[in-house]
Design a protein around this ligand. Sequence first.
Ligand code: GLU
Ligand code: MG
Length: 467
Amino acid sequence: MTTLADPVPGGRPGETERASALSGELSSRGVHGIVLSYVDTAGIGRVKGIPTARLPAATAWGVGMSPVFDTFLANDSVVTTDVLGSPDGDLRLYPDLDQLTVLAAQPGWAWAPVDRITQDGESHPACSRTFLRRVVDRAARQHGVTFRAAVEIEWALGLGSAPGGEFVPAVSGPAYGATRQVELSDCTADLLAACAAQGVDVDQVHPEYAAGQFEVSVGALDPVAAADRSVLLRQTIRAVAGRHGLRASFAPAVSGEGVGNGGHLHLSAWRDGVNLHSGGTGRHGMTADAESFAAGILGHLPGLLAVTAPSPASYLRLRPAQWAGVFTAWGLETRETAVRVITGTAGLRDQAANLEVKPVDLAANPYLALGSVIAAGLDGLATAAPLPEQTTGDPARLGAEEAARRGVRRLPESLEEAVAAFRRDDGVRAALGEVLADAVIAVRLGEIAAVAGLDDERVAAAYRWVY
Ligand code: GLU
Ligand code: MG
């Protein structure tokens, strides 16, 4: 297992032997190559591939890749910070063998997420996977708290034959409609089969609200594994769609108007095996710590948006009345508040109770998003932050005075506003560390400049197929 205390060169004791055994096993299963995968600051999945026989060497010595991608934009141009974006230098990608997965929908390939480590064996300060692990480790050390997390995946299926990157929905028919389920029966069955073969426990898959839109939700894992899984799931959905002549868009907004694709985070904090969101004396069974954790997230949400809604296209999605959660409010199962408290069903609550954070999309790097949201919650927990009054119904209907009394504010309405809030949020920036925080700001400003002057439709088109 990859740990902070044990980075790498030369391989961890036992790991190269394990990699040799795995490489032999994969070869015998017809796996020719392994995709080494990570996500950059802009939220783009970047990869390198190695032949299966190279796995032991990659485990011992890593695979080279330039650090320049930390400040790449979604359109592959480069911005810079004081320390990132230079053509100099190299990093090593180290596959996490615990997450190595044979790709059911890409015959001949396996997949593994990587940690990025310097040539001198130090953690790379812009490695988002290492960042998330650091936040989780700190929570355990300082607060005795662990987490279970899941990332919901919404995507729109378009016809692969549509010309020029256009989006032509693969199915019509009503939201949650049986017609769509039947029309895409083979494709969704293949997706379920691929998930089962890859060890991904699917909770539900269904046609969502917007044209051609679907959603899959999966079981909760520790946060790093949950982020890995969201990357793997998207790789899988994309591959399955391709095999059916379709194309999957995970972009926050597939077109300039209408309901977008969310990537809601589900999170529960646990201490000594006990779910802090259930069985407490606070509201809806929350413990005092769970309330403060939610309060921390709510308080930091404006700044967090620069991480959780990182694309200019994110703000085409983040509109009221789309269930995307655009107000700093929380509610019990309320789908218009940014934080939705979920108790679960009687009998299951000690396992199922959790928080859903809605203003998160799949342009977000899931490691940065989970790490920042957890850090914000921990800030609330450390300061025993009081959770404001709950909101019932749509926060948009609250009068100005009532909203102000409850601390209900509209979240940033553009990436510019989110960056401004991020700059003001010392807590979130400190959790990320200077290198990552500066990268976030530089990349967001780069994205803003890249779409300056474009109307909503063109902004959606610019990001439609990249995430
Ligand atoms: N598609 C909505 C969003 O953009 C979410 C719908 C739902 O609550 O599942 O977040
Ligand atoms: Mg949904």
